[in-house]
Write a protein that binds this ligand. Structure first.
Ligand SMILES: NC(=O)c1ccc[n+]([C@@H]2O[C@H](COP(=O)([O-])OP(=O)(O)OC[C@H]3O[C@@H](n4cnc5c(N)ncnc54)[C@H](OP(=O)(O)O)[C@@H]3O)[C@@H](O)[C@H]2O)c1
Length: 387
């Protein structure tokens, strides 16, 4: 296997494969979203991305298309066939034939991929299977950041058994998320809220605190052009089961009940538990840490449900708990074009001692910024050794 020998055509086709991979982020769980392009000489004869819920894989979709292409059907194979894929082709054939074996059957001469699959069933084995059949494999060292973006949730879960966590916040210009009385509709404008639909679709699950449910009665579903996308998992943190769960609650009305999970403390009211289960919701009891539900335990339970990307939609107390414990991978903030009172609701509560010096607070790396009409969207990520 080589990591060099890439020409401009290879680099361009890998870029197309990445664009295909981006399409599936949040839709292919528990599998990663992969993009694949197949070239016969310099002609693209097949393209694919991982299908909804993870199967068939991108390579299989591209192979299926390529086998119907007239060049593949009629040629006497004058040109070489190269498979460009964002992730190492899988080696395991427990539920469907392995992509590595199917690529051999298909007759490819070369495979160019961006990242070795961390899944132990494939890691390095996909390449070995291909190479033992005489196929030239190239692990291309290009587009690292773009590639990691397409599989951030999958990599996090494989490494830590916890999902990639995005905190999503809508705030006023002066960092307030609602009035003192708790009104927050609507701090951001229509265009920002449309973008939030896309952000939801790019995640596998949404998490909110009990007070947000009590004060906003949010739907948390996918709407408009996103309405046909499979429903996301929903997690509610409600230690004391203070939400009056009923069919009238919008989260229950607008989402599949079996995908709603309520996290609560151990030993809580048995009657309430019975009522929640009767409604068809899932209930998960976890321990407490410093008087609050243990976020680390919650994230591990969410990881066990094979959730790759989790969108935390508030409110302040919940975001603060995630910040305090350093359990976040990005913060997505929409600043609406309004200014609220100084006593209105802050984005975060205190999470470090009040006498902490500026240098003691976290600093983040700006990854993205865009305006939506009069609003601004910014994405920040923690600064790590790699960044
Ligand atoms: N602008 C925005 O983007 C936005 C988004 C969402 C909400 N909001 C606003 O925010 C307000 C609600 O925020 P909030 O801070 O009052 O409440 P919250 O964060 O929605 O919920 C807090 C409650 O969640 C429960 N909880 C369980 N485990 C927790 C943990 N580990 N850490 C923290 N809380 C935990 C606690 O109640 P138990 O102990 O009883 O379980 C806690 O009181 C609403 O007014 C809403 O309109 C604004």
């Amino acid at each position: 296997m080589t990591s060099s020998g890439l020409n401009k055509f290879d680099a361009n086709l890998l870029k197309i494969a990445l664009t295909l991979a981006r399409r599936g982020i949040g839709l292919t769980g528990p599998n990663p979203s992969v993009g694949c392009v197949i070239a016969y000489g310099k002609t693209i004869i097949g393209r694919g991305c991982t299908s909804i819920n993870g199967r068939p894989h991108a390579e299989m979709v591209a192979i299926e298309q390529a086998t119907r292409h007239y060049l593949y059907q009629t040629s006497v194979k004058k040109e070489k066939i190269t498979v460009y894929t964002t992730l190492e082709p899988c080696a395991h054939d427990d539920t469907s034939p392995s992509c590595a074996k199917e690529i051999i059957k298909f007759g490819a001469d070369r495979v160019v991929f961006l990242l070795k699959d961390p899944d132990e069933r494939t890691h390095g084995k996909g390449v070995s299977i291909l190479e033992s059949a005489g196929i030239d494999c190239v692990n291309a060292k290009v587009y690292k950041e773009e590639m990691l973006d397409t599989v951030s949730g999958y990599l996090k879960r494989k490494k830590e058994n916890k999902p990639f966590v995005s905190l999503k916040i809508a705030s006023s210009i002066n960092g307030k998320i609602g009035t003192k009385k708790g009104e927050s509709k609507w701090i951001s404008g229509d265009l920002s809220r449309k973008k939030v639909q896309l952000i939801r679709s790019n995640h596998d699950a949404i998490l909110v605190g009990s007070k947000t449910v009590l004060s906003d009665n949010p739907r948390l579903n996918l709407r408009d052009e996103y309405q046909n996308i499979p429903q996301k998992f929903i997690f509610i943190l409600d230690a004391n089961l203070s939400i009056p769960y009923s069919k009238e609650l919008k989260i229950i009305k607008f989402n599949e009940k079996e995908k709603i999970h309520v996290f609560t403390k151990k030993n809580c009211d048995k009657e309430k538990i019975k009522q929640i289960r009767k409604l068809g919701l899932n209930l998960i009891q976890v321990g407490k840490k410093k008087g609050k539900l243990d976020i680390s335990e919650i994230l591990l339970k969410i990881g066990n449900l094979r959730i790759n990307k989790l969108l935390v939609e508030g409110g302040s107390s919940i975001w603060t708990s995630f910040i305090k414990e350093n359990f976040f991978d990005e913060i997505i903030i929409f600043w609406g074009n309004n200014i609220l009172n100084g006593t209105a609701m802050p984005t975060f509560n205190d999470f470090l001692p009040v006498n902490t010096r500026i240098k003691g607070f976290p600093r983040l790396k700006l990854r993205y910024i865009k305006n939506w009409g009069n609003d601004i969207e910014a994405v920040w990520q923690p600064i790590t050794k790699e960044t």
